[in-house]
Design a protein around this ligand. Structure first.
Ligand SMILES: Nc1ncnc2c1ncn2[C@@H]1O[C@H](COP(=O)(O)OP(=O)(O)OP(=O)(O)O)[C@@H](O)[C@H]1O
Ligand SMILES: [Mg+2]
Length: 328
């Protein structure tokens, strides 16, 4: 099964300021702010929804096709993703802009000053799916994850027109998109992903009820944080799959993306929706245990042992026939 993962590709530059922003701001001088914070830590994390999701699928042994727009500075990031099995041949490289970047400085009281530079991401709207399908011999599923909103609409339209099944994952872009656009992203999707808050937001903004949304998609996958995931199909009882026990909690950034990596891997292997949800949950747990969205390692033996402990030996045996983790 050939799956294209469209969406954002970005890096996060995270700094810590060992003081308080408030002490540097002079109340009657706010009309001419000129401040420089001497920070004592810089972490650069690879991120972006499509890159995170593709990375996780690569770690499970698949070769997902990453589709998004970056700048000339992408070289290092590209080799990292390729080393983890991601097909980056269809990534569009802008001639003008840098790769999208999130810059955030946090002070000692957890106040934050951040900027998000969209950069090359705006060019994702120029990407056409057909040449990608031609290159790889056809696409079986296209995931439309958070990206330049015009790109999300375009990929969905093109998939619909060409009869390629698509999965809608509007997630954090729901907040800024009008209801009419959200309807276009969701209507006719083979799969719809979101957390429980986003499920409510989709209903509120589209004006469609829970039932109506379900009637317009094949399968609705709603993640519930520590409570796991619920999978709904019209006319069938919902499946609730509890989360996989975590060994520790470091940072939730990227859990939702990792869930999608695991879920889509299960689909690619032709496993049941229950298995897909379980693989998603366990992959997400690995991210929770590390700081950053791509800092985790999947090890074949450990992954299967943990899977078996969480969901039983029989289920683990099905996964074992398919999963080929990046590390032994
Ligand atoms: N505390 C936890 N323990 C175990 N698993 C968790 C925990 N929190 C999240 N997960 C796993 O991660 C999945 C996704 O979590 P969640 O519903 O919070 O996604 P999200 O809100 O989209 O996250 P984000 O957008 O911040 O990445 C859950 O379905 C579950 O499998
Ligand atoms: Mg999310």
């Amino acid at each position: 099964m050939r799956i294209a993962i469209t969406g954002s590709i970005a890096t996060d530059h995270l700094m810590t300021f060992p003081g308080r922003f408030g002490d540097q701001l002079v109340a009657d001088q706010l009309h001419r702010v000129s401040l420089s914070f001497l920070v004592d830590d810089l972490q650069v994390r690879r991120g972006g929804c499509a890159a995170n999701i593709s990375f996780g699928m690569g770690c499970l042994g698949l070769s997902p096709i990453l589709v998004g727009a970056v700048g000339a500075d992408f070289a290092d990031y590209r080799s990292w993703l390729e080393r983890h099995g991601v097909d980056c041949a269809s990534v569009h490289v802008s001639e003008t802009f840098h790769t999208a970047r999130f810059l955030c400085t946090t002070d000692e009281e957890h106040n934050q000053i951040a900027s998000f530079y969209t950069g090359a991401m705006a060019e994702a709207r120029l990407i056409e799916l057909q040449p990608i399908a031609d290159r790889v011999g056809g696409l079986d599923l296209v995931l439309v994850s958070p990206n330049d909103p015009d790109a999300m609409l375009r990929h969905t339209d093109e998939a619909r027109q060409r009869g390629i099944p698509f999965a809608a994952d509007p997630s954090q872009q729901l907040a800024r998109m009008p209801g009419e656009d959200i309807r276009q992203l969701v209507d006719g999707a083979a799969y719809l992903f979101g957390n429980d808050y986003e499920k409510g937001l989709i209903e509120q903004k589209t004006g469609w009820s829970d039932e109506e949304v379900l009637g317009r998609v094949g399968v609705r996958v709603t993640t519930l944080g520590p409570k796991g995931v619920v999978i709904d199909r019209k006319g069938e009882p919902s499946l609730h799959i509890p989360s996989a026990p975590e060994l520790g909690k470091a940072d939730p950034t990227g859990v939702g993306d990792a869930f999608r990596s695991g879920f889509l891997a299960g689909l690619a292997w032709g496993l049941s929706l229950e298995r897909c949800g379980q693989i998603g949950n366990l992959t997400a747990t690995h991210v929770l245990e590390r700081v950053g969205g791509q800092e985790y390692e999947l090890r074949q033996r450990v992954f299967l042992e943990r899977f078996s402990a969480a969901y039983g030996a029989e289920a683990a045996a099905e996964v074992a026939q398919n999963v080929r983790c990046h590390y032994a």
